[in-house]
Design a protein around this ligand. Structure first.
Ligand code: GDP
Ligand code: MN
Length: 400
């Protein structure tokens, strides 16, 4: 889960990390009073889940409260295309206003998980800011792996600060900052904490000019307070719909086969079986361990509602999950969606592989569904066969 810059800065401030003063106005009128309170000049910053805003015109200096208000109006609702958003861009729904900093130099400071080492890595680069966004060539980055028992050592901190050429008080505040950010990273189960730029100001102090934070989704149940920060506007609505009901949905690009499976491993195997036969998946929906008919109904609705999907592959290995419950869910989802799908002229082929717990009952329930125009159903006896049928049925497949 990603959060926005202003949310990350709020979290840091709560944890005693100094961040520039700022506020999130909700109107251009408020923007001008925020700017007046902070004291112009201020920086007006579009809040989207991507960097590269500076170069794309999403971070601008306002010399007066009136200018801040004008920038607020300019940014709100704008579709910002940056090197990190992709060509479709991201809509600006929130705007943050901050005191302007007298930046002398810009560094990069990042905390990530090094998967090979299984530890947190601290990265710094002397050339930070907009310069490293697109091309963080590994050569210019200095990396320190942190021993979880020790935290960042004095030795590592010295190396990192030397790489940035920091001296005196800036060096001391760098030590303090890295320590606090590391603690935050660990305590909040971050997957990424990036300060870019870490700004050296003209008075010799360091400031967190920009901050990006992402959390390990698997650890979110430990942090109910973070879940409230989730930006529902930024998630595809199906993903949000799925997560509300304990289903995990992943949207994929380019495909036309929708997959409903139970279990992450089975999901991966199913996707592999499809792509191995020249097909491509539009999504997969993992019902998880103990899904009932209602969860299966919601899941299948999400698949049917995806207009890119022309073939639904149901691959269920019934254990705790009963295939009959899944079939009942499919039946209910079809009943709900049929009219609108027929009206839209959509065709849907369903390929079902049901095995294990109550598989026979599940199959006979599916067979009894009165499939309306545009729907077809085919059973497969194993996953490979199911994938072959789905690829053959889907119009977008290349068919090997
Ligand atoms: P990003 O481009 O999306 O990463 O957005 P940033 O917040 O990093 O802003 C981009 C650039 O704007 C930074 O690299 C800085 O050069 C500049 N910038 C950001 N905040 C300030 C500020 O308070 N004062 C000044 N002078 N420049 C800023
Ligand atoms: Mn930045």
């Amino acid at each position: 889960m990603n959060i926005l810059e202003y949310q990350a800065k709020e979290l840091l401030a709560e944890r005693g990390v100094p961040v520039p003063r700022g506020a999130l106005p909700l109107s251009s009128y408020e923007a001008s009073s925020v700017a007046a309170e902070l004291g112009a000049p201020v920086v007006v910053k579009a809040q989207i889940h991507a960097g590269g805003r500076g170069k794309a015109g999403g971070v601008k200096l306002a010399a007066s409260p009136a200018e801040a208000a004008a920038l607020y109006d300019e940014f709100l609702g704008k579709n910002l295309v940056t090197v990190q958003t992709g060509p479709s861009g991201a809509r600006v729904r929130r705007i943050y206003i901050e005191e302007a900093l007298k930046i002398e130099r810009e560094f990069y400071l990042g905390f990530v998980i090094d998967r090979k080492e299984g530890r947190v890595a601290v990265l710094v680069a002397k050339a930070g800011g907009s310069e490293v966004e697109g091309n963080a060539s590994a050569a210019s980055l200095l990396r320190a792996i942190v021993d979880p028992a020790l935290g960042p050592t004095a030795h590592a901190l010295r190396d990192l600060s030397r790489a940035l050429g920091l001296e005196g008080s800036a060096r001391k505040s760098f030590f303090d900052l890295v320590g606090r950010l590391y603690t935050t990273f660990i305590e909040l189960d971050c997957s990424l904490l990036e300060v870019n730029p870490l700004a050296l100001l003209s008075d010799g102090s360091l400031a967190i000019a920009d901050c990006k934070m992402a959390f390990d989704d698997s650890a979110l149940p430990r942090h109910p307070e973070l879940l409230k920060l989730r930006d529902i506007d930024e998630l595809p609505s199906e993903e949000y719909e799925a997560s509300k009901h304990g289903l995990s949905y992943v949207r994929l690009e380019g495909g036309s086969i929708g997959c409903m499976v139970n279990g992450a491993g089975l999901a991966m195997a199913t996707l592999d079986a499809i792509s191995g036969r020249g097909g491509s998946s539009a999504n997969f929906l993992d019902l998880g361990g103990g899904a009932d008919a209602d969860a299966a109904r919601r899941a299948f609705r999400i698949i049917l509602d995806d207009s890119r999907v022309d073939t639904a592959l149901v691959n269920i290995l019934g254990g705790i999950v009963s295939c009959d419950e899944v079939a009942a869910g499919i039946e209910a989802a079809i009943a709900e969606s049929q009219a609108s799908m027929v009206a839209a002229g959509r065709k849907m082929r369903i390929v079902a592989r049901l095995a294990g717990n109550h598989a026979d009952e599940g199959r006979s329930r599916l067979m009894k569904i009165a499939l309306g125009p545009g729907f077809s159903l085919k059973f497969a006896s194993n996953m490979e066969e199911a994938a072959s049928f789905a690829v053959a049925a889907s119009e977008k497949s290349e068919r090997l």
